[in-house]
Design a protein around this ligand. Structure first.
Ligand code: NAI
Ligand code: SOE
Length: 366
């Protein structure tokens, strides 16, 4: 019998919990957890169903009973922790954004390749079966030639002036917030489903609240209102390497929209549209009739784990992602696994958006 994969989870917030549930559902075990302090790691052991707490992230990385290091911390810690894990010869799952600087993302990608470890980034929206269905339809030619790729990723959790989080602070989250935090998911998903690559873009960004309370994790006193250096909104116009046009609106201040990642791929024969808040269906638009296609109705994939009509969701995507990481570790990397190369691509897109917004020019995505 093969041994269960042993995961070590660094960071015990929203993602630490989601990763831990996914590890268990994928048949692995969380042997060790590390958090911001030894005390918060001990407090997280039961919540994450972990074997034990490590006193620090470094101790977890060095632990003999950790095969895969999951980095679920604020963004500024991703590079040093991922590098340490790679140097220790561990497989790594590092949360997005892989790095808050494009050069660092490239350095990490090269280091992982040189070490020969599995290095993945949870662009998990790829794991909705309806997204895979859209991708298959595009590859099969059902939509014809794609001409227009468009959509939005809208949230409202930072809509009020008193809303705050470590992501607001550029030193912890990166110089781009709305695009770097959620715009990268949209671009990854649309490039994945369409097969196109964003070749050049122009962009505008907007900061709607110029001061917000300092987040607790920033090391400054909570309650003090600090100047905000990161954007709440980004709009991007782009052209792809295969001649399509596109646009996307990214916002964290749109009242009523919680996690509305929506895209439409418009081709010469059909349009395909996906909404993350209603992920069990894919909309297929035709000249004479439209169809709402249920997940699993026409072609069940390995990602369909429940019968049609029993909704699958976000946590299922994470389970599928960890499952595929485990398959890659076992020597059989599945098609579509998001890797550090995809994290590097996201960092390049983020750098291009910031550059385009600053200069007001079209920017080539490197
Ligand atoms: P969070 O604020 O809920 O949790 C962050 C955790 O990191 C906290 O438990 C904090 O105590 C811990 N931490 C802080 N400093 C640490 C240190 N030095 N060592 C160990 N732990 C430390 O944040 P959340 O939402 O869980 O985000 C974490 C990461 O996951 C971010 O990079 C974010 O961009 C990414 N994320 C990705 C998602 C996806 O769909 N792939 C969804 C949500 C977040
Ligand atoms: C907050 O905007 C957040 O949790 C992002 O950090 C995630 O990447 C996104 O999947 C959901 O929203």
């Amino acid at each position: 019998m093969t041994r269960r994969q042993r995961s070590g989870v660094i960071g015990a917030g929203f993602m630490g919990e989601v990763h831990s549930r996914a590890v268990r559902a994928a048949g692995g075990e969380v042997t060790v957890v590390a958090a911001a302090s030894p005390g918060s790691a001990r407090a997280a052991v039961d919540r994450l169903h972990a074997g034990r707490a490590a006193a620090s992230a470094e101790e977890l990385i060095a632990a003999e009973d950790v095969d895969i290091v999951h980095i679920c911390t604020p963004n500024h810690l991703h590079v040093p922790l991922a590098l340490a894990a790679i140097e220790a010869g561990k497989h790594v799952i590092c949360e997005k954004p892989l790095a808050i600087d494009a050069a660092d993302a490239a350095r990490l990608t090269d280091a992982a390749a040189a070490a020969g470890v599995i290095a993945a980034v949870p662009f998990v929206y790829r794991f909705y079966p309806t997204v895979r269905d859209a991708r298959t339809r595009v590859q099969r030619g059902d939509a014809g030639e794609l001409r227009l790729l468009h959509g939005s990723y809208l949230q409202d959790w930072l809509a009020a002036p008193d809303d705050t989080n470590w992501r607001v602070d550029a030193a912890l989250g990166g110089a781009s917030r709305a695009f770097g935090d959620i715009g990268v998911h949209w671009c990854d998903l649309v490039e994945f489903a369409s097969g196109h690559r964003i070749a050049r873009l122009c962009a505008r960004v907007l900061t709607t609240h110029d001061r917000r309370p300092a987040p607790a994790d920033s090391g400054t006193r909570t309650g003090i209102r600090e100047r905000v250096g990161t954007e709440d909104v980004a709009t991007v116009l782009f052209e792809t390497d295969r001649g399509a046009l596109g646009s996307v609106v990214i916002s964290q201040i749109t009242h009523g929209r919680k996690n509305r990642l929506w895209f439409s791929l418009d081709g010469s024969e059909a349009s395909l549209s996906f909404d993350q808040e209603l992920p069990d269906t894919l909309w297929v638009g035709g000249r004479d009739q439209n169809a709402t296609v249920f997940r699993g109705a026409t072609r069940a994939s390995r990602y369909d784990v429940l019968p049609t009509g029993h909704p699958q969701g976000y946590q299922d995507c994470f389970t599928a992602f960890v499952n595929d990481v485990y398959a890659a570790v076992a020597g059989d990397p599945p098609d579509g696994l998001p890797t550090f190369a995809d994290g590097r691509r996201a960092a390049a897109l983020t750098a291009a958006v910031l550059d385009a917004a600053k200069t007001g020019s079209w920017v080539e995505v490197l």
